[in-house]
Design a protein around this ligand. Sequence first.
Ligand SMILES: C[S@@+](CC[C@H](N)C(=O)[O-])C[C@H]1O[C@@H](n2cnc3c(N)ncnc32)[C@H](O)[C@@H]1O
Length: 393
Amino acid sequence: MAAAAAACALSRKRQLQPAGKAMRRGGRRSGPGGEAEEEEELEREHFRRIINAFRYYGINMHERVNRAERQFRSLPAIQQKLLPQFLPHLDKIRKCIDHNQGILQTVVNDCTHMFENKEYGDDENGKITPASTFDMDKLKSTLKQFVRDWSETGKPERDSCYQPIINEIVKNFPKDRWDLSKVNILVPGAGLGRLAWEIAMLGYTCQGNEWSLFMLFSSNFVLNRCSETNSYKLYPWIHQFSNNKRSADQIQPVYFPDVDPHSLPPDANFSMTAGDFQEIYSECNIWDCIATCFFIDTAHNVIDYIDTIWKILKPGGIWINLGPLLYHFENLANELSIELSYEDIKSVILQYGFHIEVENESVLTTYTVNELSMMKYYYECVMFVVRKPGSSV
Ligand SMILES: C[S@@+](CC[C@H](N)C(=O)[O-])C[C@H]1O[C@@H](n2cnc3c(N)ncnc32)[C@H](O)[C@@H]1O
């Protein structure tokens, strides 16, 4: 297959950074002269934009609650009297917002130094400016990602999404046949890093990679700043004003982290890298295993992801995937988005030369579900394990 035989560009060498240290920030390969500087400035601007979004959260949410109060006060007095708990409930939400804002502030406090190879300055005089609805939505999703990855509440979800992947890793790289510390596993689109962390806990060398600064700031906080279990709390559901059975459901706290992220064995080899998976990883035949969870549908063109995975896997290495196909760019104007069915993806995978070893087209899972909500989304995910032919080392 032509694509499979295509030459690999030699990437800058990526070094594994243990958790507890700064992570490396990748970026586009530098272009000539001014192009690289322009690129740097854009990156810096993006960095400041996301920090600003973290700081703007409270303002945005207080506006939302103030709107709810105005609407309520516009009702006839006789109707307002029927609901004596309504305004006190809004006051409780306000307290939760302030609490969440405090956590978000802590999260961004040390992120200007979080990359070992880049320093970013703070924004001008710390002035907070309105963030876009898009960024606010991303931030609210990130708060829910804390539940999925680092709370007891998220355990059923992790059991349905991460455990099948972990089972396949253990099955394919058993400790009686492999020196686990020499098995290199990559988790692209690692979110807040729990799956990658769990894999490293088992003794494998594992690297998570993540592109979003919302996720990176937050995973930096959990992995490097949290140690006492359940010492922090968040109110992840206060943004949800619909589908609450009880008012109290909206202000349910969730505690994190459910485990001490520093409890990795001293010789564990765990790291996170920052940047676009396709730009960072171009060195051929490096990984024994690539584990993608709810990731492949983040591609503009999923064939590019398959191409990268094919190249960077060692011969004999495996790709484990679990997730739906909710294409992230489908509804974004001016963005390339190739929405392939699973049938088409499978056909491409086979044409590359992968051998399918496991395939399950109906793994029932949720993604950052609010168990208390009257509305829940379920995904019937596809899970597969495919092998790049060749002998494993
Ligand atoms: C749907 S989330 C899944 C996160 C995690 N794997 C999980 O199962 O909870 C997809 C993640 O992939 C990240 N992502 C998207 N495109 C990426 C890229 N090109 N390189 C690295 N990460 C990317 C997103 O920022 C997001 O955190």
